[in-house]
Ligand binder design. Sequence first.
Ligand code: ASP
Length: 603
Amino acid sequence: MKRTHHCNELRPTQIGQTVTLAGWVHSRRDLGGLIFIDIRDREGRTQTVFDPSDMSKELFERAATMRSESVITVTGKVRQRPAGTNNTKIATGEVEVMAQSFEILNLAEVLPFPVDDPEVASKVNEELRLKYRYLDLRRPEMARNLRVRSKAATATRVFLDEQGFLEVETPILFKSTPEGAREFLVPSRVHPGEFYALPQSPQQFKQILMVAGVERYFQIARCFRDEDQRADRQLEFTQVDLEMSFIDREDIYNLIEGLLKRVWKVALNVDIPTPFKRITYEEALNRYGIDKPDTRFAMEIVDMTEEFRASGFKVFSGAVAGGGVVKALNAKGMADATQGQIETMTEYAKSFGAKGLAFIKIENGEWKSPIVKFFSDAEKAALTQKLAIQEGDLILFAADQWLNACEILGRIRLYCAEVLKTKGKLTIPADQFNFLWVVDFPLLSFDKEQNRWYSSHHPFTAPVADDIPLLKTEPKKVRGQHYDIVVNGTELGGGSIRIHQPDVQKTIFEEILQIPPDMVKARFGYMLEAFRYGAPPHGGIALGFDRLIAILCGTPSIRDVIAFPKTAKATDLMTESPAPVEPKQLRDLHIDLRVPKKEQPPA
Ligand code: ASP
């Protein structure tokens, strides 16, 4: 019994036709002697009706035993639903199929959780959903996510093909280059004691492909980082990874704007305006306190350093004297913040090393705060004017080194927005997408603990040409040709124009990053060598594909858009992985285990 139609296909035009549907029993209702079975497939669902006066007793009784999620085929005649019984919620809701025969292809046992009711299903605990992922994925919401993902991947391939890109696969068994995140190692059987590493990204291969003359490469690439899991991180994740030769930053902006425009159109039928706005790293931190600003709401940070340089309030003037800054934020309409909310914000400040959080509540025409008595009239006037202070506002301060002060208020700004949203004082339309390029990142950041510079992006990023002379004298001031693409406060991806001169790359490795020459040779020797045989100028970018899909699907968790994700504890609950292996397997790999004993639970 082969299907003639899918379950989202029948309309009044098919009335009178005999059809066969195949799918899952979405629901069964026994009503007034009739049995109604909604049959569901990937496309949608259709109501079928079993009438005892129309079929053998045996067949009817068998229909009555059919459990939810059994796989069946039903053959019958399409008819108009009786007046007043149309279901406007589904596309096939004007018709039903009068069953003449049916076949149970697989009788389902009672399910661990229901998949037919979105309300109930959305409350099922995630561990259960992941253990029975094949059931979870049957839910129409999840099926839609998979479809959006597939559509976006296809649109990406089509667009990049149109732009002259070649899709090239790069190895999964790569080599250990322990610079960035922690890697996964794969022991070699044939080379005892040696290891491959899974790639954190195809970065080095894609640059080599430019030396190979490919000119335009892309890949929807799997990457692996052995990092702690978060809502928007997985041990393995997917990037739209690309690289181009003979281009500058503008070419990348242009290309990615075109790509995202296409993907949004295909997946959501939304036209996103281009070109995207741009903001420098410094401005992003000054105004929003973060390098991936959510610009869907203002609540901008204001600099008060000059106003408080000579203040009688020593916490502020002292910070300025120590080379720091004074920043302030007006959380409009949050003067009624609860003690708990103030504590949460104070904890944020403390997590950045601040001693506490200074704030003022503007209530009943009064500035309520223990610090106000230290402020001069001029200081108060400056605050009122620069922060547009009004009744009901909450003013928050950070007095610290520049980056810290910005980041403290940046974190608090996001928290305040959440609070204001729950209070109904801030509304952000679900279909608003604020894309933004963040540019002019510092090439290097300083690691205080290790007392050395490290690459803000990665060591292959080219410095802005004008800043190259500063590399050895004032490394802090050197800007990188790095760019991030941000949407609604989420970093969607980043990339850079690369160094293509072997001597500059060597300087960065050895003199700036202080990697010993023998280690540079062992890890990156082949790249430096390749760059000596004709390397074109090149640059690229990688977009986090899982995040991109999560944004398109309007879900906060990338686990909702990955078919088989890992839990927060890095396990796959369905296949029960990771798992121990046989001693023989370990012997073949020349591995001796020294596993710490599991702690005994207290008796
Ligand atoms: N490989 C980089 C990353 O994974 C992106 C790039 O520079 O193209 O972040």
